[in-house]
Write a protein that binds this ligand. Structure first.
Ligand SMILES: Cc1cc2nc3c(=O)[nH]c(=O)nc-3n(C[C@H](O)[C@H](O)[C@H](O)COP(=O)(O)O)c2cc1C
Length: 352
């Protein structure tokens, strides 16, 4: 597997995935403007490296909600892993564990939370929730996650309705009776967000009162994913949230939002030390990771790249992608004169 360069891995993933799986993985919403700009926004930021520092030993370890991991890199929650590998989410969990990386499992999968938990290894796992209309059922799912050792609950709030992808409409994933969202009540047939049957359906209505309920009901700390504004982030913290994921969902639902690189500093400023802030969207290089950390993120999440690894080489592919990012981060830190994450400060980014 060519992990020297993620562009080559992406090209190989495109070759091995079925055309509908590739389009589902790759697409952004509407004109796909923000899906592309997420990537270029990090690349446009310029580094101000420090020289003559002691960088022989580099420590990339960090705690995420109190649990230590080898690097500030998480596998983002992404749905439908059976489109990319016959073992689905189980295989992803195995790869993340081999790399010592935190895996955020999505609600939208065909693997039971209990089976993903079995693959945990020494790295923590978090569970990502789309709020279900039935609170009692949602509560039962939270209890199952906590019982098998998931240590945080990530509530995604930026997809109350699915976005629209003309590309996915033209090359659709055909909903299949065998693939079900097994962790959801009634195990509905798994339909991707771009399935025409979902057009206009308010799938996951989630309002502040639901978040307040969730924080009270959930025994795990709650993280909110999909925040792009400081005022929303501050209100989440007031509601008892312990972590904020700055994300525009990889540009998959609302096109032409701000990029996450644009707003990470605003959100970090709004929450101060009251919550951890993470970021995703278009992070493809160790230098991108370093810039995100310098702007105040505690860790970053990677969405599409681990899926490319999963499709090309299963768990070993996911592991290779996470290791590749860690190696690139170490090199970027050494070249910028930062021996540990406390040295990765805003002055490393021009204009910050
Ligand atoms: C194929 C695919 C499926 C996704 N499914 C989910 C999901 O089920 N829940 C969620 O919160 N985010 C989902 N996301 C968004 C990711 O968690 C993440 O925010 C995004 O992919 C980050 O951008 P990147 O792919 O450029 O790294 C999905 C993304 C992709 C590419």
């Amino acid at each position: 597997m060519d992990c020297v360069d993620l562009d080559a891995l992406e090209a190989e993933a495109r070759r091995v995935m079925s055309p509908p799986a590739w389009v589902f993985c790759d697409t952004g919403a509407d004109d796909e403007i923000i899906a592309k700009e997420n990537v270029t926004a990090w690349r446009k930021l310029r580094l101000r490296p420090r020289m003559l520092r002691d960088i022989v030993k580099i420590d990339t370890s960090v705690t995420l909600l109190g649990q230590r991991v080898a690097a500030p890199l998480m596998v983002a929650p992404t749905g439908r892993h059976h489109l990319f590998h016959p073992q689905g989410e189980r295989e992803t969990a195995r790869g993340a564990a081999a790399a010592g990386a935190l895996y955020v499992m999505s609600t939208s999968g065909a693997t039971l939370v209990e089976d993903v938990a079995k693959e945990r290894g020494s790295a923590p796992q978090w569970f990502q929730l789309y709020m279900q209309p039935d609170r009692e059922e949602t509560g039962k799912l939270l209890d199952r996650c906590a019982a098998v050792g998931f240590t945080a609950l990530v509530l995604t709030v930026d997809q109350p309705v699915p976005g629209w992808s003309p590309r996915a409409f033209r090359t659709p994933v055909i909903a299949n009776d065998k693939v079900r969202s097994v962790n959801m009540p009634g195990q509905p047939v798994a339909r991707t967000a771009y399935d025409p049957d979902r057009k206009g359906v308010v799938m996951f209505p989630t309002a502040w009162r639901d978040l307040e309920w969730l924080v009270k009901r959930c025994s795990m700390p709650v993280v909110v994913k999909g925040v792009l504004r400081g005022d929303d982030a501050a209100r989440c913290v007031d509601a008892g949230v312990k972590g904020i994921m700055v994300s525009n969902h990889g540009g998959r639902h609302l096109d032409t939002t701000v990029t996450t690189a644009d707003v990470i500093a605003e959100v970090v400023g709004a929450v101060g030390r009251n919550a951890e802030v993470y970021v995703d969207g278009g992070i493809r290089r160790g230098t991108d990771v370093l810039k995100a950390l310098a702007l105040g993120a505690r860790a970053v999440l990677l969405g599409r790249p681990p899926l490319w690894g999963l499709a090309v080489n299963g768990a070993a592919g996911v592991e290779a992608v996470m290791e590749h990012f860690r190696e690139e981060l170490i090199r970027a830190m050494q070249l910028c004169g930062a021996a540990n994450l406390a040295d990765v400060t805003p002055d490393l980014v021009a204009g910050a």
